[in-house]
Design a protein around this ligand. Structure first.
Ligand code: PGA
Length: 245
């Protein structure tokens, strides 16, 4: 079965009520048959989205279901306000909040338990890429996830490969570099279960924009994109969704 494309716009700590309205209106005029379109705004804006032709995602969750955790949100809260997805393990969370791959795996598990699809981010920093050890680095980031989740749970995850040196820098992994890593990732899943490897959606993230999206998305093992900067303008986000179509 052919894998569908998924394009997710990660607003990070950006956006406004006006942009909620503008983007919703712009997307309402589009149709994306073969593409799952996902919008990941700051959580405070989630309830402002009305009926949409796209899915909503949170940018992070707690591993806890509730209780005394000031400032945190649970997976079930995001589900309750209409999310179908949640980003976990973004490199900015790993850097700003010291999140480990073990914690990220627990967050993915919590997301699945609440019926959300976790968009699990992995990716190597520049020094690792320069040392040529990016595959083993990224492979290590996957280990806790592989250990904690069953095959059936893994099949409900989406993996986003985001080389840290390409995030927000304007530098993009070349289509060949991105494809090589995606093939490596799919091979890691194949060691576990061939059907899982064939079905799992693998996204690329890191300075994807309308100018480079088509070539990246044409790679055999790239099933979509996690888009930061270019998701903050309706026109460029839609152009990337179109490129996936
Ligand atoms: P970028 O961000 O597209 O601005 O590089 C991608 C991301 O961090 O998800």
């Amino acid at each position: 079965m052919a894998r569908r494309y998924l394009v997710a716009g990660n607003w990070k700590m950006n956006g406004s009520k006006d942009y909620v309205a503008d983007l919703s209106k712009a997307l309402a005029n589009e149709s994306f048959d073969n593409v799952d379109v996902v919008v990941c705004p700051p959580a405070c804006f989630l309830p402002l989205f009305e009926k949409q032709n796209f899915a909503l995602a949170g940018q992070d969750i707690s591993v806890h279901e509730g209780g005394a955790h000031t400032g945190d949100l649970s997976a079930s809260m995001l589900a309750e306000v209409g999310c179908g997805y949640v980003i976990v393990g973004h490199s900015e969370r790993r850097d700003d909040h010291g999140e480990t791959s073990e914690l990220v795996a627990q967050k993915a598990k919590a997301a699945l338990a609440a019926g959300l699809v976790p968009l699990v981010c992995i990716g190597e920093p520049l020094e690792v890429r320069e040392a040529g050890t990016e595959e083993s680095y990224v492979g290590e980031q996957l280990v806790p996830l592989m250990n904690l989740l069953s095959d059936e749970e893994l099949a409900r995850c989406v993996i986003a490969y985001e080389p840290v040196w390409a995030i927000g820098t304007g530098k993009t992994a070349s289509p060949a570099q991105a494809q090589a890593m995606h093939a490596y990732l799919r091979a890691q899943f194949a060691k576990r279960n061939a059907e899982l490897a064939e079905g799992i959606q693998l996204l690329y993230g890191g300075s994807m924009k309308p100018e480079n999206a088509e070539e990246l998305l044409a790679q055999k093992d790239i099933d979509g994109g996690l888009i930061g900067g270019a998701s903050l303008k309706a026109e460029s986000f839609i152009a990337i969704c179109q490129a996936a179509k």
